[in-house]
Write a protein that binds this ligand. Structure first.
Ligand code: ZN
Length: 221
């Protein structure tokens, strides 16, 4: 944690990090290097918009949905509720309905995924993802943002049925968070995706800062 209380929950973007099956892996090279006699160091990035900690814009699954460049400051900053999910397989409707989640909330879910540094491990087929009825429930409530601790919010087989209702309801998704050290409670959040014009998503630097303990006690979990 920094002196100001902000915690960086972003995973590093690095060659060899995990990527979604079928996506091209991250490939970062130096096109100019001072140690080679060049005047400057220049890093060249070759990566998908859905690398590491990143935001999914509605356009990812909705053809006329907002792109990441259509989003604004109110999408990037504000309060977020962090919940710990106990189910070791999925974020289920049964567990979600017991949580204090209301319209307009930002919600982050810390699951067993955060028990290890998954970003440098091979792709996990059995990561904890959102269930289909969990996604439908959150879309119906009308939360404004959902954050999860793996590179996708849902398994390959559920991907469309989970992303669809959420992004279709104009709810933003932040994937690839490192929530290992984050306790349940209410935090301030800053999540700044790169302004890549017309893109369906973008890597983001995401920070959390714990709010006062009186407010924290109001969250049953
Ligand atoms: Zn994504």
């Amino acid at each position: 944690m920094s002196k100001s209380g902000w915690i960086d929950v972003t995973v590093p973007i690095i060659n060899g990090m995990v990527n979604w099956p079928g996506d091209k892996p991250v490939h970062i090279t130096q096109t100019s290097q001072i140690t080679n006699g060049d005047e400057v160091n220049i890093t060249h990035l070759n990566l998908t918009a859905h690398t590491g900690t990143h935001m999914d814009a509605p356009l990812h699954y909705i053809q006329d949905g907002n792109a990441v460049s259509d989003l604004g400051p109110d999408d990037f900053m504000g309060e977020v509720k962090v919940f710990h999910i106990t189910d070791p397989r999925q974020i289920t409707f049964g567990e979600l309905k017991e949580l204090n989640i209301s319209a307009g909330d930002r919600v982050f879910f810390r699951t067993r995924n955060s028990d290890m540094d998954w970003s440098m491990q091979p792709f996990m087929d059995d990561f904890v993802g959102m269930s289909i009825n969990g996604a439908q429930y959150l879309a119906k409530i009308g939360v404004r943002c959902i954050g999860v601790d793996y590179i996708s919010i849902a398994s390959e087989e559920n991907s469309t049925d989970v992303h669809g209702p959420i992004l279709g309801a104009n709810i933003l998704i932040i994937e690839g968070l490192n929530l290992r050290e984050i306790l349940p409670g209410i935090y301030d959040m800053i999540a700044l995706p790169l302004k890549i014009d017309g893109a369906d998503g973008a890597p983001a630097r995401v920070l959390l800062k714990k709010q006062g303990t009186e407010i924290e006690k109001e969250i049953p979990n």
